[in-house]
Write a protein of this length. Structure first.
Length: 147
């Protein structure tokens, strides 16, 4: 067998459909384009983003407003009335809170002043509100700010 004798097997190459070549071809007259209208005409047609007159998606979705502060620090708020439930040997730290499942291990903790403090606690936190500081210190506790 020589190179000039090679042929594709029967049925491997399908002949392309010749549209608009007379009635007897089976694809004559309108050539599968229906009757009249924008899509039946020659030329570029309609753009891919056109939605048939419906309000386009780029106009339907709300626009982005404002900006995101790259330097924002996210804190997990813990109130002073919860501290007693999570203390270990008189200490409350982010590690003890994470061990009991209240916060994630990498979370930064801020102590807020909702509730009352009865126990004398040593509280380690990344931030604390002034009212919470006053409540913990008035109960005889101490605060250590983690930098």
């Amino acid at each position: 067998m020589r190179q000039h004798e090679l042929r594709a097997p029967q049925g491997a190459r399908k002949a392309h459909r010749r549209v608009g070549r007379g009635i007897s071809s089976g694809q004559g007259k309108t050539a599968g384009k229906g009757t009249k209208g924008q899509l039946a005409r020659s030329g570029p047609g309609i753009p891919g983003w056109f939605e048939g007159g419906q309000t386009p998606i780029h106009m339907r979705i709300p626009k982005m407003r404002g900006f995101k502060n790259r330097f924002r620090v996210e804190f997990v708020a813990v109130n002073v009335d919860q501290l007693v439930n999570y203390e270990v040997d008189g200490k409350v730290t982010p590690n003890t809170l994470a061990a009991k499942g209240l916060v994630r291990p990498d979370a930064k903790v801020k102590i807020l002043a909702n509730g009352d403090v009865q126990a004398k606690l040593e509280v380690h936190a990344h931030a604390i509100s002034a009212a919470a500081r006053q409540k913990i210190e008035s109960a005889g506790g101490t605060i250590v700010i983690i930098s």
